[in-house]
Design a protein around this ligand. Structure first.
Ligand code: HEM
Length: 187
């Protein structure tokens, strides 16, 4: 390695879907999501939850602005299916609440995999949510959270919360991307 830093070994390769806690742990380690970040996320939880409704609405209002994302929320008559949209906001709210708890348990790791599959292996028309929209949605979430933190916390706390959430969201994104790739061993 030239610089004298020994790479961290993570053991024999495995299929992520067969050991999600390990995949999550390995990704957290890779992005440097440490205990102080988890503490910053938990500290931000009351604030995030107070804004849950506006955060989920902001995301879905945004989806509805573009036909490429709005198509997943339309009824057979081509109009926005409000009941379906409300269910989706509810699911997103649950995800936000669970993420804010930052309890990265075995159950949470498989919950994330099920969310990944709900998007990437979606069978009903118009089919799977394209991966680039999942990536875009994470960017929107990062932006919305950063704006809440900047508006309501001091500069240092806002930076710590944004940094920590950015790491957590992209660890989750790496799980969401699993649904789009053929299963293959990782190390
Ligand atoms: C930050 C990224 C996203 C998160 C965290 C998220 C979260 C969720 C959750 C928790 C569910 C419920 C899954 C279940 O029932 O097991 C769900 C379902 C769904 N989401 Fe998302 N979502 C994201 C991005 C998107 C995007 C970009 C779209 C489309 C433009 C979308 C459309 C849908 C649809 C259509 C369903 C229902 C799937 C089905 O037909 O069963 N989501 N989402």
């Amino acid at each position: 390695m030239g610089d004298g830093v020994a790479p961290t070994s993570s053991g024999p390769s495995y299929l992520p879907g067969t050991d999600m806690p390990r995949f999550l742990r390995d990704m957290m380690q890779f992005v440097g999501l440490a205990d102080d970040d988890l503490a910053a996320i938990r500290r931000s939880a009351p604030l995030v939850l107070r804004h849950e409704r506006s955060l989920t609405s902001a995301l879905y209002d945004h989806f509805l602005k573009f036909s490429r994302s709005a198509q997943f929320f339309l009824g057979e008559d081509g109009a926005v299916d409000d009941a379906r949209l409300e269910r989706r906001k509810h699911s997103l709210g649950r995800w936000l609440r669970e993420s804010a708890e930052a309890a990265l348990t075995q159950e949470f790791s498989y919950y994330l995999l099920s969310v990944a599959l709900a998007h990437g292996h979606r069978g009903q028309p118009p089919g799977a949510i394209p991966p680039h929209l999942m990536i875009g949605a994470m960017s929107l979430t990062q932006t919305a959270l950063a704006s809440v933190f900047a508006g309501e916390l001091g500069a240092a706390d806002a930076a710590a919360a944004s940094t920590a959430w950015n790491k957590l969201l992209l660890v989750q994104l790496s799980v969401f991307m699993l649904a789009y790739l053929p299963p293959r061993p990782v190390a």
